[in-house]
Ligand binder design. Structure first.
Ligand SMILES: Nc1ncnc2c1ncn2[C@@H]1O[C@H](COP(=O)(O)OP(=O)(O)OP(=O)(O)O)[C@@H](O)[C@H]1O
Length: 324
């Protein structure tokens, strides 16, 4: 339990993973996941997400650091941890010749206290595919079968490595709904994802990995806090960016124009947007393609991916400096 009374189901402290060729893929990663929350690990390709999740799943031992899952070392005490966890790997690798139901039954045979196979398949929307051979499933259906197998043992902790990769928009929304339902029923979920809107909409807390280290972590709101918002529009012919009212003092920290297209970055979205709109109204100017966007996880992510530095630390140009 921490001082706020949260029980930490996953605790990773100073984790390091070094592959046989000497490459250090995970470099001192520390975070914890509370019981009943959805925690997302984000990062560019090769950032170390899968390498970290495999350590948490007990598939490999860290070169240094300490892991506790449900109070146990997942590698050394695998027998204590494995029956209480569900794992959806990035690539399932099923025997292609078996049907969906046979695959689930085979898996259930290796899972203690497995739920009935038809119930789990129905939960992921594969009830009508029970007699279809796995090799005939679409990529998205295979991901859902992977998820079904991870759910067979009714796990307390669920590890999902890129659970919605390859799913269409509807399949992705269905998976999000299911993951929320599981969280609401008390399951702790750790997932990796490349979809920032997935992390923003689904995760209670998240960490962004960059080159094996955590570059930012917290709730989605904490990770995006202090990032500038954006306003963009196109001025009509005969009007120029120089015609805009003075924006200094309105929190504007970036100002670009490309012909008549104007892009502003601001820390005071409402005041800047009001100044621009009042000016447009008074001068009778139509702002084409007007877009007003609050700070997003995408911006924080791209800032880290570009520079490796949490964006807030290098935001002097925006007149504010906050530690990530
Ligand atoms: N067996 C291995 N031997 C050597 N290096 C490896 C091995 N497996 C992974 N790596 C390297 O470790 C780094 C982290 O890989 P990892 O798969 O953890 O990244 P990731 O964040 O999950 O990436 P992605 O989003 O592409 O799945 C990469 O540079 C990768 O090439």
């Amino acid at each position: 339990m921490d001082i706020e009374g949260h029980e930490h189901v996953i605790e990773a402290t100073g984790l390091t993973r070094v592959y046989a060729d000497g490459f250090e893929a995970v470099r001192g990663v520390t975070f914890s996941v509370r019981r009943g929350e959805i925690f997302a690990l984000l990062g560019t390709n090769g950032a170390g997400k899968t390498s970290t999740v495999e350590l948490l799943e007990g598939l490999a031992a860290p070169a240094a650091g300490r892991i506790r899952v449900l109070g146990h070392d997942p590698h050394r005490e695998r027998a204590a941890v494995r029956p209480r966890t569900g794992v959806m790997l990035q690539e399932g690798g099923f025997p292609a010749g078996l049907t969906v139901a046979e695959t689930a039954r085979m898996w259930a045979g290796c899972t203690s206290g497995a739920r009935p196979e038809h119930e789990v398949l129905a939960r992921v929307g594969l009830a009508d595919k029970r007699r279809v051979r796995v090799e005939q499933l679409s990529g998205g259906e295979r991901r859902r079968l992977d998820l079904a197998l991870a759910l067979l043992g009714d796990p307390e902790v669920l590890f999902l490595d890129e659970p919605t990769t390859g799913l269409d928009a509807e399949g992705r929304r269905d998976t999000w709904a299911l993951v929320r339902e599981l969280r609401d029923a008390g399951t702790t979920v750790l997932l990796t994802t490349h979809y920032l809107e997935e992390a923003e909409g689904l995760a209670d807390r998240l960490a962004i990995l960059h080159e094996g280290r955590i570059a930012a972590s917290g709730t989605p709101a904490e990770v995006t806090a202090g990032r500038p918002s954006r306003i963009s529009f196109e001025l009509p012919a005969g009007h120029f960016p120089g015609d805009l009212p003075p924006l200094a003092g309105l929190g504007v920290c970036g100002h670009e124009s490309d012909g008549r297209i104007v892009r502003l970055r601001t820390r005071e979205l409402q005041r800047t947007a009001t100044a621009v709109l009042v000016w447009a109204e008074r001068t009778g100017v139509e702002l084409r393609g007007l877009e007003v966007r609050s700070a997003s996880l995408e911006e924080a992510f791209l800032g880290i991916a570009r520079t490796g530095v949490p964006p807030l630390r290098r935001s002097r140009e925006c007149g504010k400096e906050v530690a990530a």
